[in-house]
Design a protein around this ligand. Structure first.
Ligand code: NOJ
Ligand code: CA
Length: 508
């Protein structure tokens, strides 16, 4: 069975930074409507929208206070309906961000849960008694602080794997699952094509709440991984019970036509762990590849992680390749160090692999990270470099639409990126721009992969060159500052491959 996402491009809209329609400095649904033509012109097949639900915004929407409504600052439900319809008119589908691991502490469930130990929603959350006069175990949250907060009124701790304002839900309570079935139905009935599932490897925690072992080691070949804080998170993530949820969701997804897409934020470090989230083809249809995101930008590391991914995935599984997101340094900085040639190479390799290609807003312009001064940062989770965390705001700069900005008529919530040339209008008019390059690349991708799940064969790897064959294409990527030559291009023979660039050719 072929799915619509085979060979697709998924464009990731971080809504508050995409485009503002009312001058309050925050991107919104009206801005997205105005920017849909830009996304369609790239050749995107679908859009993943960062959270749109009402939220006190202690984690910019990842602290949901109402799962079945739209945040008034971002727009209205009618506007979201319009986004879905207007996207469809341009051949694109819309995925929402679903946050099932935790709610806001202002969600009605948690407000009720903390009123009394026998409150109706008490068991929607993870509560535990003190141990030796302190927290129940050694778990740390994403900021490196204890993952337990004391609730004086009811005399127990509650769990939060992220901020204290984001209490973790208790998925051992079947009622929580029933709530999320209804939430997903609500959005699917409105025409949403699927969900990006936040913290998809969370949800369940060790039933005995055992201590996590320590782990100060850096994995060989990997960049530092934020959020581990010296622990192996083996008891508060990746519990076997989570797979039952995904089998259930997948069975429900399959009842819809087309099948609802379930895309996991699967923050795991090895492709074998990633593969588990595909199940036997009966769990998530897509799982973000964090092992590749944490790989160094080299021919050998890319070849290794990509080979390990294909070896690990179950038969017929569809990978997704994305180099940037709103939580990590953009690939333009992390891999390319601001070098446009390296950015183009990274996008070429990712976009020409079989599966789904995830493109983060602004990467098509060559955006790299901003260096937002501490006093202008807005992300409470990393504010002031909390516990050495890299400020996520640096990857969330508002997009530039014109040479003088064009993002808002007001004061942008975060400063725009420092390079005014990285704007849509100027690059649209320039055939040599990163934007024109991206459009051409995605057209080539469509010709190679559109509607297909092609195979993958590694042809070669050395210190400089990584080459693979997929469908009708051969991709020869030169990850070095020296020109190399590649033999075997049919009758044309040996070809030069310029530094930090790729040679792509089609074979019969
Ligand atoms: C992952 C999201 O991408 C991130 O932005 C958020 O802070 C955490 N999950 C918690 O929801
Ligand atoms: Ca706005």
């Amino acid at each position: 069975m072929a799915f619509w996402w085979y060979g697709a491009v998924l464009y990731h809209v971080y809504l508050r930074s995409f485009r503002d329609s009312n001058g309050d400095g925050y991107g919104d649904l009206g801005g997205l409507l105005a920017g849909l033509d830009h996304i369609a012109a790239l050749g995107a097949d679908a859009i993943w929208l960062s959270p749109v639900n009402p939220s006190p915004d202690t984690d910019w929407g990842y602290d949901v206070s109402d799962y079945c409504a739209v945040h008034p600052e971002l727009g209205t439900l009618a506007q979201l309906d319009e986004v879905i319809a207007e996207a469809a008119a341009r051949g694109m589908r819309v995925l929402l961000d679903l946050v099932p691991n935790h709610t806001s502490d202002q969600h009605a469930w948690f407000l009720d849960a903390r009123t009394a130990r026998d409150a109706v929603h008490r068991d929607y959350y993870v509560w535990a008694d003190p141990k030796n006069g302190g927290p129940p175990n050694n778990w740390l949250d994403d900021t490196g602080e204890p993952a337990w907060d004391w609730d004086g009124a009811t005399g127990q701790y509650y769990l939060h794997n992220f901020l204290p304002t984001q209490p973790d839900l208790n998925w051992r309570n079947p009622q929580v699952g029933r709530e999320f079935d209804a939430i997903m139905d609500f959005w699917c009935d409105r025409g949403v094509a699927g969900f990006r599932i936040d913290v998809a490897n969370g949800l369940f925690k060790d039933a005995a709440l055992r201590d996590n072992p320590s782990n100060a080691e850096l994995l060989p070949g990997h960049l530092p991984v934020p959020g581990s804080h010296g622990q192996q998170h083996i008891y508060n993530y990746n519990q076997p019970e989570v797979h039952g949820v995904y089998r259930h969701w997948r069975a429900r997804a399959a009842e819809r036509t087309p099948q609802t897409l379930l895309l996991g934020e699967t923050w795991v470090l090895h492709p074998s762990q990633l593969a588990e989230y595909y199940g036997d083809g009966d769990e998530l249809q897509l799982a973000f590849n964090f092992p590749l995101i944490f790989a160094c930008f080299s021919a050998r590391e890319f070849a290794r992680v990509i080979a390990e991914t294909f070896a690990a995935l179950p038969p017929g599984a569809c990978p997704i390749w994305a180099g940037s997101n709103h939580d990590l340094p953009r690939l333009g900085t992390r891999w390319a160090g601001g070098d446009q040639a390296k950015m183009r190479l990274a996008h070429t390799v990712l976009a020409l692999l079989p599966g789904v290609y995830g493109l983060y807003y602004g990467d098509e312009l060559g955006m790299a990270d901003s260096d937002i001064p501490a006093e202008l940062q807005r992300d409470p989770l990393t504010l002031g470099g909390k516990n050495g965390q890299w400020p996520r705001d640096n990857a969330r700069s508002p997009m530039r639409w014109t040479p003088d900005g064009g993002f808002t008529t007001g004061e942008p919530w975060l400063p725009l990126g420092p390079d005014p040339s990285l704007n849509v209008a100027s690059q649209d008019a320039d055939p040599d721009s990163m934007l024109s390059f991206t459009r051409d690349l995605l057209a080539l991708r469509r010709a190679i992969h559109g509607g297909q799940l092609n195979g993958y064969e590694q042809l070669h790897v050395d210190d400089a060159v990584f080459a693979f064959a997929t469908g009708p294409a051969v991709v020869v990527a030169n990850f070095s500052g020296e020109e190399v030559s590649w033999a075997g291009v049919g009758e044309t023979g040996t070809k030069p491959v310029a530094p930090w660039s790729a040679l792509v050719y089609l074979v019969d």
